[in-house]
Write a new protein. Structure first.
Length: 451
């Protein structure tokens, strides 16, 4: 049962462990954005490589969302989450170090890039599940929306600075050198995570019967299916991510080959467009309080889903194409950031801490699993029907998914939201709310840090 008599809270700015966690993730995200730009440009530098090869490498990097994530969730509920975060950060740094080595020894190939991309993707798949499961350990439940807003703001800042930095490094020193910046960022994040003082208690139960088992992976999928709101959010996220990855895969090739942008130009477009994500992170909490949980999700997802249509208006090189691309990514980031802030806080609040790793892994598998498929389909369409036609098709598919979400799925979300409830309150479980997942275990009362 939830304890409603909460003790006075010092706030996140005095939560030094959260500040270390937040700082480490900010640095790592900036580095990851550098690689997101530099890696496709490295692929295009391989003789004979085109949109299909970019899609292949991108798809392989995202493939672990299907084959690694479910097992990761089980291990995260069984092992110390902080140590898992430390290990995968180190693993990502070591794997990316191979890229400049292979480049400088003239042995870089598509196969080698796929191998590195898979290892980095596997470590990232584990990290993202562990990170969401670890956040309620260092942050109180009432601070989850604010904490996720800050994390989304960091992601937005990384989108602003990362591509620009990646474009400048690539243009000045080469894409291989830009990868080294990501290596340094993961090592910095490792040090910051290491400095966190709070230690979570042993996870996985006190007896063998309480510890996570392989069969619990299926139970986690059943949990998502029984919870009507989580089921709707899962389907919408999966469809959106499929379309998003197809569009992103196509845009990098489309911008270089048809809009005649160089690495610096692509970086500037992505950086300026990411200002929308930063504004979304700032506005997320206030907009949720004003519109309510369901309306906030539908509106924000609508903005994000319709924004890529602007890319189809870019008919060729010129300043108009740059402006439209910036506007498209800006609106996309604004809507998606607001949506993510409230969805993540909702999941962290309604899913019991003891099973949040497995439940998050199941959610990630279903919603991130379409990423590699989107990358493959985007690359395939780009080769078969042309880049511009492919951007238009995938943008329309994104809008279709949102229309179904707005007309059908939103009814379940609003039905589960008590009258007059704000978006930030809808994430709090209630004894009267039938949507709380049944897991056989009661949620722990958390008055200070989540434990």
């Amino acid at each position: 049962m939830l304890n409603l008599e909460a003790a006075p809270r010092p706030g996140l700015w005095r939560n030094h462990d959260f500040l270390r966690l937040w700082s480490g993730e900010t640095v790592a995200q900036i580095g990851a954005q550098v690689t997101q730009l530099a890696l496709p440009l490295l692929v295009l530098g391989v003789p004979g490589a085109g949109a299909a090869e970019v899609g292949l490498v991108s798809g392989v990097q995202l493939l672990p969302a299907l084959c690694v994530t479910p097992l990761a969730g089980l291990l995260i509920d069984l092992w110390d989450r902080r140590r898992i975060l430390l290990g995968v950060n180190l693993g990502r740094a070591l794997a990316l170090t191979l890229v400049p080595v292979l480049y400088l020894t003239d042995t870089l190939s598509i196969a080698a890039l796929c191998a590195v991309a898979f290892v980095v993707g596997a470590c990232t798949a584990v990290f993202e599940v562990a990170y969401i499961a670890y956040l309620p350990v260092v942050v109180e439940q009432d601070d989850l929306v604010e904490a996720n807003s800050k994390l989304q703001a960091s992601y937005s800042v990384s989108q602003i600075g990362g591509p620009g930095l990646g474009g400048l490094l690539t243009k000045a020193l080469g894409a291989w050198f830009a990868i080294l910046a990501n290596v340094a960022s993961y090592l910095a994040a490792f040090v910051l995570l290491w400095s966190i003082r709070h230690r979570e208690p042993a996870v996985g139960g006190d007896t063998a019967a309480d510890r996570p088992r392989l069969s619990d992976i299926l139970t986690s999928f059943a949990l998502l299916w029984r919870h009507r709101v989580l089921r709707v959010l899962t389907f919408q996220a999966g469809w959106f991510n499929f379309c998003e990855q197809a569009i992103l895969t196509l845009f990098l090739v489309y911008a270089v080959k048809e809009l005649e942008m160089d690495a610096g130009g692509v970086g500037v477009v992505l950086a300026l467009g990411a200002l929308g994500s930063l504004l979304g992170a700032i506005a997320a909490k206030r907009l949720g309080e004003h519109l309510g949980f369901g309306s906030t999700l539908v509106t924000a997802m609508g903005v994000a889903s319709c924004a890529p249509l602007l890319l189809a208006l870019t008919g060729g090189p010129g300043w108009a194409a740059h402006v439209l691309a910036v506007l498209a990514f800006g609106l996309y980031g604004f809507g998606l950031t607001i949506y993510n802030v409230h969805v993540v806080a909702f999941r962290q609040s309604v899913i019991p801490l003891a099973v949040i790793g497995r439940a998050t892994a199941a959610y990630r598998m279903l919603t991130y699993g379409p990423f590699p498929l989107g990358a493959f389909v985007g690359g395939f369409l780009g080769e078969r029907i042309g880049l511009w036609n492919s951007v238009l098709v995938t943008a329309v598919l994104s809008v279709v998914g949102w229309l179904l979400f707005a007309l059908v799925g939103s009814r379940h979300i609003r039905a589960a939201e008590p009258a007059g409830t704000r978006a930030t309150d809808a994430a709090r479980p209630s004894a009267k709310t039938p949507e709380t997942p049944e897991t056989g275990k009661t949620r722990e009362t958390r008055e200070t840090h989540a434990v």
